[in-house]
Design a protein around this ligand. Structure first.
Ligand code: SF4
Ligand code: SF4
Length: 316
């Protein structure tokens, strides 16, 4: 697969970025061996960037995939910490569990933070300190907020952004897809690297996957898209698509019929409502003492699953 330069980081990446969230306990809950085999399959076909996070629980899968692998790879992870101390602990854990001396990119994981530069200022300072110590290659920002991505364009210390965008704007918390595209373009003008998330709106655009990827890849300034992949067939189809090889219609038609959904094991729900606060898309409610999801509003981000004290929410 061809490689592109991720803005002023100078990193060479494949435009198809392996999103590891679905491999971990919040979603498919594959074993590290199973998940590692899928990641390795992608690496051997030219994928050179992996996206993970403290929250995803997929460090063991990434480590397994990289055991004995000598090819190029860029790893991006994220910390959702609120304090400098926790941010440092998250980065140290990433280094330890990934078995590396440096993580190429650490994002301030700011999905639900409108103004990370004031609300998480101490976290950003700590990440920059760890960059100076050589533990982080580049500091980035991941966000569902247009305002945060727009602000990143004015912050030269943010070298990469990971914005949520898809052609229907689903999951963007403060505006439209067009407005997010403008914010991305502003970042690109300053040389910021950009790789997008949720191009399929968490599976809601799966029936039009090819057009949806083309929309995001066609936006000014977008270098790549993180895509969660759960089978070798899905990896091969995406590698072909991103390599400009005419897609196999039958393979794509099958993939585009797959639908994932949020599963709440209602029998074990305590009705506490913690998950409701975790959902920025207002897709959850408690009805008659049990959590319910509005599938029209859910982007399958998995944050509610991470928040639920009973561990009874999964994307399946
Ligand atoms: S219901 Fe859960 S998975 Fe769906 S958008 Fe809300 S937090 Fe994300
Ligand atoms: S956080 Fe878990 S236990 Fe609490 S209401 Fe939501 S699904 Fe039920």
């Amino acid at each position: 697969m061809h490689q592109v330069i991720l803005g002023r980081t100078g990193l060479r990446i494949s435009p198809l970025v392996f999103g590891t969230l679905p491999l971990g306990p919040l979603q498919a809950n594959l074993s590290p061996a199973e998940g590692g085999r899928l990641i390795r399959h992608a690496l051997e076909r030219g994928v050179t960037m992996l996206d993970t996070a403290e929250l995803y629980g997929s460090y063991p899968h990434v480590r397994e995939a990289l055991a004995g692998y000598a090819g190029p790879v860029v790893i991006a992870s994220k910390t959702h910490a609120n304090t400098a101390e926790i941010a440092r602990a998250h980065v140290e854990r990433a280094l330890r569990e990934l078995g590396r001396e440096r993580v190429d990119i650490i994002h301030l994981h700011g999905a639900r933070v409108r103004d990370p530069f004031t609300e998480r200022a101490e976290v950003l300072e700590e990440l920059l300190r760890m960059k100076a110590e050589g533990k982080i290659g580049h500091v980035g920002l991941s966000s569902h907020y247009i305002a945060a991505i727009r602000a990143a364009a004015d912050h030269p210390e943010i070298e990469v952004v990971h914005p949520l965008i898809n052609r229907i704007g689903m999951g963007i918390l403060d505006g439209t897809a067009e407005e997010m595209a403008d914010a991305i373009a502003a970042c690109a003008r300053t040389g910021t690297g950009v790789y997008a998330m949720k191009a399929l709106a968490g599976g809601n655009l799966i029936a039009e996957a090819r057009q949806s990827f083309a929309y995001v890849l066609g936006l000014a300034g977008v270098h790549g898209i993180a895509i969660g992949m759960l089978s070798e067939g899905e990896i091969d189809a995406n590698v072909a698509l991103f390599s400009g090889i005419a897609p196999e219609p039958a393979v794509w038609e099958e993939l585009e019929q797959k639908r994932r959904r949020l599963r709440i094991m209602e029998a074990f729900c305590k009705g506490c409502g913690v998950c409701i606060d975790a959902c920025t898309n207002h897709a959850l409610s408690v009805v008659d003492g049990t959590a319910r999801v509005d599938e029209e509003a859910c982007i399958l981000c998995g944050y509610c699953g991470a928040a639920c004290p009973e561990f009874i929410i999964r994307v399946v």
